[in-house]
Ligand binder design. Structure first.
Ligand code: GLC
Length: 553
């Protein structure tokens, strides 16, 4: 029985997170825009799927020029999506389903239409002036460090009213907040406190490395940026003991640990290094890139955890691959220029990146759930949804959820031209063929495979909690790894190649140990023990528990 305190307190260690944008998930009032009412009505689907935590992308008032990541009020819900009352109703009902909610915390920058920025630019004596980062003279190399190359030209933009340049890591309509100003940090805590009070279990910390940098603020060049993360952590734990922060920090492997500290900063960090190598490995049909990435991960403090993901609402960032490696992934997953973005990534969804090959998609999900960490699923990927490359930049992967074969894919009853974004229609990814209703009826659908993987993951706390290591396999196509926790062990093998193979594991266990198979991509004959050759179909996967006492729960 899992009754001890740590397991329950560190709930995120074996959670299943589902990331969604309220705007494109379900429209409850028929105006063409997803909303909290629609989302609340779909909680049964999410709970039934096996999800345990929702991550909501920004739903705050916004001019919506960067998918809501440009906020004008941190203490409200965008009127298109509902009211604060709707949020509380949603949060209450989510709790009833046993679902936790984590919300996006976008504090690196505001919208330029935010009243703070408007006050700051118009009056140099405004108390809000120091909330942003200004320079009287144009700083050198303002083109260096842009996040959206090809679309964004500079990180310093002249403001006529302020008679100064303001600093913005992202688009010019997203001025950076000045984290060195104490009042800004106080306000950040007030925002966190507000949403905690409304029932959330934590935050996805947007753009963490930029949030804490104090670049351009005179006198603060030598500040230790990580102090801010500790401050946020302490505040969070005083207010809500088990609340967490999931940080977006796409940094080099040598910098990852800085975000965890001694377990006193962020609890979860997206595993960007593994994400990039995972796709390289899938493209090559070889385990080596993934094995290398896994081996390079630093050991985490007890409270720390990796957040494993396949795709998210942005382009897949391949910026840390070598030019040749990136070219390989482009060639296989996004060969046309229109599929690539910002000189570093692919703006396609998971299924089209894997050529719609259902075996390969299932393999990717098996990796997602079994690799060390907490899995995050991006809405619609559990169906194998496609993308719409006619939409600009990253909007290609942000089309409405496909619920049924009814008009607008069941997303909304509004006339088609009123939809927030077109629903994908026609072809193999169109809602007519690909939707929740059909996928639930088809036992072989990606949705049903994902659901079974989730169920199995939930019965394997070793994967979220355990000490893991890769296992040596005598086939270059096979990734094998093992997780141990409290005298229980899970062993997982994946064949990244397209041809069937039989693999023998060299160091799966000290001596041949009997195994029980938990889940696989097909029907295999049982193997006797860890020394036994293991058959795997092309793109096959098999999860085993090493025989011991067996799990009572
Ligand atoms: C994060 C988000 C991205 C957004 C950016 C600026 O990277 O994932 O969508 O554009 O932050 O807030």
């Amino acid at each position: 029985m899992r009754t001890d305190r740590t397991v329950r307190d560190l709930w995120y260690k074996d959670a299943i997170v589902y990331g969604l944008d309220v705007e494109t998930f379900a429209d409850g009032d028929g105006d063409g825009v997803g909303d909290f009412k629609g989302l609340t009505e779909r909680l049964g689907y999410l709970a039934g799927l096996g999800v345990s935590c929702l991550w909501l992308m920004p739903f705050y008032p916004t001019p919506n020029r960067d998918n809501g990541y440009d906020i004008t009020d941190y203490y409200d819900v965008d009127p298109r999506l509902g009211t604060l009352g709707d949020f509380v109703q949603f949060s209450h009902e989510a709790k009833g389903y046993g679902l936790r909610v984590v919300v996006d915390l976008v504090l690196n920058h505001t919208s330029d239409e935010h009243p703070w920025f408007q006050a700051a630019r118009k009056d140099p004596k405004s108390p809000y002036r120091d909330w942003y980062v200004w320079a009287k003279k144009k700083p050198p190399h303002p083109e260096k460090g842009v996040v959206f190359p090809g679309v964004q030209k500079t990180i310093w933009t002249w403001d006529r009213a302020a008679r100064a340049y303001y600093y913005h890591r992202f688009y010019d309509f997203q001025p950076d907040l000045n984290v060195t100003t104490p009042a800004v940090r106080e306000e950040m805590q007030r925002i966190m406190g507000f949403w905690l009070q409304l029932g959330v279990s934590g935050f996805r910390v947007d753009a963490a490395p930029f949030l804490i940098e104090s670049y351009g603020v005179p006198g603060h060049e030598k500040d230790d940026p990580f102090v801010h993360l500790k401050e946020m952590h302490d505040f969070l734990s005083w207010r809500e003991g088990d609340a967490v922060m999931l940080a977006e920090a796409n940094v080099g492997t040598d910098k990852l640990l800085d975000y965890f500290g001694d377990g006193d900063r962020m609890q979860l960090l997206y595993n960007f290094p593994v994400n990039q190598q995972l796709f390289l490995a899938l493209v090559r049909g070889e385990a080596a890139p993934l094995v290398k990435a896994l081996k390079e991960l630093p050991p985490l403090p007890e409270a720390g955890q990796w957040a494993t993901f396949l795709r998210n609402a942005d382009e897949i960032d391949l910026g840390r691959l070598s030019d040749e490696e990136r070219a390989e992934v482009y060639a296989a997953c996004g060969p046309e220029k229109s599929m690539q973005l910002y000189d570093r990534g692919v703006r396609r969804r998971l299924a089209p990146m894997l050529n719609g090959d259902s075996r390969k998609i299932a393999l990717a999900f098996s990796l997602l759930f079994s690799l060390p960490g907490t899995p995050i699923v991006y809405y619609g990927d559990e169906l194998g949804m496609g993308d719409d490359l006619s939409l600009p930049e990253r909007n290609s992967v942000r089309t409405p959820m496909q619920w049924s074969g009814e008009v607008n894919g069941g997303f909304s009853t509004a006339p088609r031209d009123k939809l927030v974004r077109p629903v994908i229609s026609g072809g193999p990814y169109g809602y007519e063929n690909l939707n929740v209703v059909w996928a639930q009826r088809d036992l072989d659908s990606t949705l049903n495979k994902v659901e079974r993987l989730m169920r199995t993951y939930k019965q394997c706390p070793e994967l979220g909690w355990g000490k893991w290591r890769t296992v040596e396999a005598d086939s270059p196509a096979v990734l094998a790894h093992r997780s141990d926790w409290r005298n229980e062990s899970i062993l997982v093998v994946h064949n990244l190649g397209q041809s069937p193979c039989t693999v023998t594991l060299k160091d799966a266990a000290e001596e041949p140990t009997r195994v029980v198979e938990l889940i696989s991509d097909g029907a295999y004959q049982d193997i006797l023990d860890t020394a036994h050759p293991i058959l795997l179909e092309g793109y096959g996967y098999r999860w085993f528990r090493l025989a011991g006492k067996g799990r009572p729960d």
